[in-house]
Write a protein that binds this ligand. Structure first.
Ligand code: GLU
Ligand code: MG
Length: 446
C-alpha cells in the first residue's frame, strides 16, 4: 500500500499544523524556519527577520539583517507526518536585504537572475538531474555502515527494504507534485539513482534539494542511511549528479532551440555556441559542480567519471555529452557528467546559463567531438585535440573560479567571496590532517 497517496484536493497552508519555511545557504544546504500554520498569513505579509550569517556562514556578519518571505506558489504538504502525527507543509522563501531587494547572495535569487538573462535572449532553460546516492546500513559506532545490498548496474535485487526506500521516496515526491520517472540500481553495491521529470531551472534546483531531504528521511525510517556524499567509500564508484539542460523559445511555441534538423549531430548553431561556452568555462564550473575536498576523490580515472575537458555525441566517458533522439526534437540536450550531488544546484545552474550566454555572445567555435574514450588517447594526441584535464583538486578549481570574471559576476561578488572563503577553509582543514595512510607509508620508511 502506498503510504503517501497523492491527494487530489489542494491543501492550503492553513490546513496543516506546521510549516517549514525553506531557503538555501551558499553551500546549497536546505535551511528552515518552522512556524505554526496559524502564523502563515502574518509571516507572508511581514516576512521574518534573520541574520545574514545563516546564508553566508562565517563571512556573514556585517551584512545586516535579511528578511525571509515565503513564496506561496511553492507551498506543498509534506506527505509524511511527524512521529506524533502532526502534518507539516513546506514553502520556499525569497530572501530580501534591508532595502527589500533580493539578497545578493541568495542562491535562488542568483538563479532567477540568470534565468531572466536567458529569457531576455528569448531562451527558456529546461533542467533535469539524475540523483545518485548510496544506501548504507546504519551503524552505532561509526558514521558509515556497509552498503545495504550487493547489487550492480540496473540489477534486480532481493533487498526488498532497500527497494522500499526508493519506492517510499518516489511516492512521497509524487505526492509533492514531482513526476518521478523511475529508479534503478547504480553500478556499485548499495548505490541507487532516482530520476524525476525535467522542468524550469528554479523548480528543478528546488526539487533536487527536496529529493535529497526526502530520500534521507525515508532511509532513516527503515534503519538505513541515504548518502549523497560524492565518494563515501574509497573502493567503490562515487555519486554523480548528471545535469541535463536545453533551451526552448520563450514564445507560445516553445520551440526546442538546441535541435538542429539538418545537422549530422542533431545540434543547432546556438547549441554549438552554448556548449563552446561551457567548455570555455569548464574549470570554473568544476568549482561549483565539485565543491568539496571529497569531490575530487570521485574524479579519478577508471571510476566511471570524466576527468578531461571534452565533449561527444555518443561517447559516455566525456564530461559533456549531447543526448537526444533526433526523432524527438525536444529531447536534444546537453548532459554534464562531472558534477556531484554536493553541488549547490542553484549556483551550478546559474554558472551553466552564464557560460551558455558567453558562448553565444562571443560566437565561440565548438571543438571537434571526441568519440574515443578520452583516457585511452595518449597525452600527445589529447594535446593536438586541445583536450586538457579538468581540475584534479579543490584549490585548482577555486583558482579557476576566482580568475573567471564572467562566472564571478553571475554569482555576484558576495556569493563568490563566501564560496571561496568557506571552500578554502575546508581545504586547509583537510590539508593539515595527517592521515593513517601517511603514517603507515612514511613512519618507518623515511
Ligand atoms: N557513478 C558514476 C559517477 O560517479 C556515474 C555512473 C553512471 O554513468 O550513471 O560518475
Ligand atoms: Mg547514474
Amino acid at each position: 500500500m502506498n503510504p503517501f497517496p497523492t491527494t487530489s484536493t489542494n491543501t492550503s497552508p492553513t490546513d496543516v499544523d506546521h510549516i517549514q519555511l525553506l531557503f538555501t545557504d551558499v553551500a546549497g544546504r536546505l535551511k528552515t524556519l518552522e512556524i505554526a500554520a496559524s502564523r502563515w498569513n502574518q509571516v507572508q505579509n511581514g516576512g521574518w527577520t534573520m541574520d545574514s550569517s545563516v546564508l553566508l556562514g562565517q563571512g556573514g556578519p556585517g551584512h545586516g539583517d535579511l528578511r525571509l518571505v515565503p513564496d506561496p506558489d511553492t507551498f506543498v504538504v509534506r506527505p509524511w507526518r511527524t512521529p506524533s502525527g502532526r502534518t507539516v507543509g513546506l514553502a520556499f522563501c525569497d530572501v530580501l536585504d534591508d532595502r527589500g531587494n533580493p539578497f545578493a547572495a541568495d542562491p535562488r535569487a542568483r538563479l532567477r537572475h540568470a534565468v531572466a538573462g536567458s529569457e531576455a535572449r528569448g531562451q527558456r532553460p529546461v533542467f533535469g538531474v539524475e540523483a545518485e546516492f548510496y544506501l548504507l546500513r546504519s551503524c552505532d559506532t561509526r558514521p558509515q555502515g556497509p552498503p545495504v545490498d550487493t547489487g550492480g548496474y540496473w540489477d534486480l535485487v532481493e533487498q526488498e527494504q532497500a527497494d522500499e526506500v526508493c519506492r517510499d521516496t518516489g511516492d512521497a515526491l509524487e505526492a509533492m507534485g514531482f513526476t518521478v520517472l523511475g529508479h534503478h540500481h547504480e553500478v556499485c553495491a548499495g548505490q541507487r539513482e532516482i530520476v524525476f521529470r525535467h522542468g524550469d531551472a528554479l523548480v528543478t534546483a528546488d526539487r533536487l534539494l527536496l529529493l535529497k531531504h526526502t530520500a534521507r528521511t525515508m532511509a532513516r525510517r527503515r534503519g538505513m542511511k541515504a548518502v549523497f556524499m560524492p565518494k563515501p567509500l574509497a573502493h567503490l564508484y562515487g555519486n554523480a549528479l548528471h545535469v541535463h539542460v536545453s533551451l526552448r523559445g520563450t514564445d507560445g511555441e516553445a520551440a526546442p532551440l538546441f535541435h538542429g534538423a539538418d545537422d549530422p549531430q542533431d545540434m543547432s548553431a546556438l547549441f554549438r555556441q552554448s556548449l563552446a561556452g561551457v567548455l570555455e568555462h569548464a574549470d570554473a564550473l568544476t568549482a561549483l559542480g565539485n565543491p568539496t575536498v571529497n569531490s575530487y576523490k570521485r574524479l579519478v580515472p577508471g571510476s566511471g567519471t570524466p576527468v578531461h575537458r571534452s565533449w561527444a555525441r555518443h561517447n559516455r566517458s566525456t564530461a559533456f555529452k549531447v543526448v537526444g533522439d533526433g526523432a524527438e526534437p525536444g529531447s536534444t540536450r546537453l548532459e554534464l557528467r562531472s558534477p556531484d550531488p554536493a553541488a549547490n544546484p542553484h549556483l551550478l545552474f546559474t554558472a551553466i546559463l552564464t557560460a551558455f550566454g558567453d558562448g553565444q555572445d562571443r560566437g565561440l567555435k565548438l571543438s571537434e567531438a571526441c568519440e574515443e574514450p578520452t583516457d585511452t588517447l595518449g597525452e600527445a594526441e589529447r594535446a593536438v585535440r586541445g583536450i586538457v584535464p579538468l581540475p584534479t583538486d579543490l584549490p585548482t578549481a577555486l583558482r579557476a573560479l576566482e580568475e573567471n570574471p564572467t562566472v564571478r559576476e553571475a554569482l555576484g561578488d558576495l556569493t563568490t567571496r563566501a564560496w571561496l572563503e568557506a571552500s578554502r577553509a575546508d581545504w586547509n582543514a583537510w590539508h593539515r590532517l595527517v592521515t593513517p595512510w601517511e603514517v603507515d607509508r612514511y613512519l618507518d620508511a623515511v
